[in-house]
Design a protein around this ligand. Structure first.
Ligand SMILES: Nc1nc2c(ncn2[C@@H]2O[C@H](COP(=O)(O)OP(=O)(O)OP(=O)(O)O)[C@@H](O)[C@H]2O)c(=O)[nH]1
Ligand SMILES: [Mg+2]
Length: 382
C-alpha cells in the first residue's frame, strides 16, 4: 500500500536550515535514514528560510532547483528532512512529477521493513494507516467539493472513497483491539515476573547507540546489531544472572530518534510500555557522537511521553573505544553509580555495569528461590 524506496532508488535529499541548533546532525541523520531504507542518495538540496512555505514547503525558486537536480540525476524520489503537510506533499509531487517522502514517511518505511514479530507488524500497520488516513481524508476533500453540489452528489467515485475510508477505519479499530489484547498479555507476564521478585531492567537510548550490542555482551544472546537506524524493533527479553544481585530480566528495545513520529509512539505503546514498567533503565549513549547531549535530551523527552520519567536510570556512556576514553564510573550524591563509561564492542566496563545494577538491588538475591521458568519469557523474544 505504501510507496517504498526499494533497491537502489536514486534519491535527492532536501533539507532546510531554519536556524535551529543541531541542523548539520539532523541532515547527517537523514542521510543515514535514507540509506537504511534502501535509497541511494545522489544529491542534497539545501536552503535557508525563516519559515516553511505554505504551498511547497520550500520556496518556488528552491523547488525549481530541486526539479533540475532530480532531472540531472534522473532521480524519481525526493526525501524531505521535515514533516510535510498532506497538501505540501501533493503539490510537490505534482510539480516535481516524482515521489515525495517526508521524514515521518521515511521512518515508517524503515519500520515496515524491520518489523518481524506479529506485534511489531501490527504496530507498524497501525502507524501507517494513521499516517495515511490524514493524508487521504484531507487529500480527498477537494475531489468531493468538485463532485459535490446539488444534483452532483453520490456516484461511483464518492461511494468508492467512502468505502476505502470506512475500510481504513475498520482496520484501524481491529488493529487497536488486537494490540490491546497483546498489551494485556504483556502486563500479565510482567505481573507474574514481579510476583516472583525478578527485577526487570530495560535498555533504552537513541538509535544506533549500541543497545543490542550491549544486550548481547551482557546476555551472550544473538540480538541483531547493525550500523543501521532502527535495527531493533521488537522487544527482546532474556534472563541474566548478576553476581551479588541474582537473576534479572534484561530487555532490548526500539531506539528513539529526534522527531520520532507521533503515530509511531502511539502505535508502539505496548512495546514502549516495557520500558515504562521496568525497575531500572540502562540509558545507552554513543559517547563518541557529537550530538550525544541532544540525543540524551530527546530520549528523556520520549521517556516522559510514555510515562517512564520516574524509572531510575543508569547512564551507559558507550563506545569509549571510539572516543579514546577508558572505562570508569561516576557516583551520585547517595554514593550509587549513575554513570558508567564502557565499550560494548570490546567488552570493557561490563563488570562496572553489573556492579551498578547489583548496587541498586542488593536484596534481590532473597527472591531468587522463586526461579523464573524459561517459558515465561518466550512470548517476549523473537
Ligand atoms: N566502536 C564501537 N562501536 C559500537 C559499540 N557498541 C556498538 N557499536 C556499533 O554501533 C552500531 C549500532 O549498534 P547496535 O547495537 O545495533 O545499536 P542499537 O542501539 O541497538 O541500535 P537500534 O536497534 O538501531 O536502535 C553497530 O555498528 C555496532 O557494532 C562500541 O562500544 N564501540
Ligand atoms: Mg538494537
Amino acid at each position: 500500500m505504501f510507496d517504498r524506496p526499494t533497491g537502489n532508488d536514486a534519491a535527492v535529499l532536501v533539507s532546510l536550515d531554519f536556524g535551529s541548533p543541531g541542523y548539520a546532525d539532523s541532515l547527517e541523520e537523514l542521510h543515514h535514514l535514507a540509506t537504511t531504507a534502501g535509497a541511494r542518495v545522489v544529491a542534497v538540496v539545501e536552503g535557508r528560510r525563516a519559515k516553511p512555505d505554505a504551498a511547497l514547503f520550500v520556496g518556488s525558486g528552491k523547488a525549481e532547483e530541486l526539479l533540475d537536480t532530480l532531472n540531472a540525476h534522473e532521480a524519481k524520489l525526493a526525501i524531505f528532512n521535515h514533516e510535510l503537510s498532506p497538501a505540501q506533499q501533493r503539490n510537490l509531487e505534482k510539480m516535481l512529477e516524482c515521489r515525495v517522502v517526508d521524514r515521518t514517511g521515511l521512518i515508517l518505511d524503515i519500520f515496515a521493513q524491520r518489523a518481524k514479530s506479529h506485534e511489531g507488524k501490527l504496530q507498524v500497520e497501525l502507524a501507517q494507516l494513521e499516517h495515511l488516513s490524514t493524508r487521504l481524508i484531507r487529500g480527498w476533500t477537494h475531489l468531493e467539493r468538485q463532485k459535490g453540489g446539488i444534483g452532483m452528489r453520490g456516484g461511483p467515485g464518492e461511494t468508492q472513497l467512502e468505502l476505502d475510508r470506512r475500510m481504513i477505519r475498520q482496520r484501524v479499530k481491529l488493529l487497536k483491539e488486537k494490540l490491546e489484547k497483546l498489551r494485556q498479555q504483556r502486563g500479565q507476564q510482567r505481573r507474574s515476573r514481579r510476583r516472583s521478585g525478578v527485577v526487570s531492567v530495560s535498555l533504552v537510548g537513541y538509535t544506533n547507540a549500541g543497545k543490542s550490542t550491549l544486550f548481547n555482551r551482557l546476555t551472550q544472546a544473538g540480538a541483531y546489531a547493525a550500523d543501521q537506524l532502527f535495527a531493533t524493533l521488537d522487544t527482546t527479553s532474556r534472563k541474566l544472572y548478576i553476581p551479588n544481585c541474582g537473576q534479572i530480566v534484561l530487555s532490548d528495545t526500539v531506539g528513539f530518534i529526534r522527531e520520532l513520529p507521533h503515530t509511531l509512539v502511539d502505535a508502539f505503546g505496548a512495546t514502549l510500555e516495557e520500558a515504562a514498567q521496568a525497575d531500572l533503565l540502562l540509558h545507552v549513549v554513543d559517547v563518541a557522537s557529537p550530538a550525544r547531549e541532544e540525543q540524551v535530551m530527546e530520549v528523556n523527552r520520549v521517556l516522559g511521553e510514555i510515562g517512564a520519567q520516574q524509572v531510575p536510570q543508569i547512564l551507559v556512556l558507550n563506545k569509549i573505544d571510539s572516543a579514546g576514553m577508558g572505562p570508569g564510573v561516576e557516583r551520585d550524591e547517595y554514593g550509587k553509580i549513575h554513570k558508567v563509561w564502557a565499550s560494548a564492542r570490546d567488552g570493557e566496563g561490563m563488570d562496572l555495569i553489573r556492579q551498578a545494577i547489583a548496587e541498586r538491588f542488593p536484596a534481590n538475591e532473597l527472591a531468587q528461590q522463586a526461579a523464573l521458568p524459561d517459558n515465561n519469557l518466550e512470548a517476549f523474544s523473537e
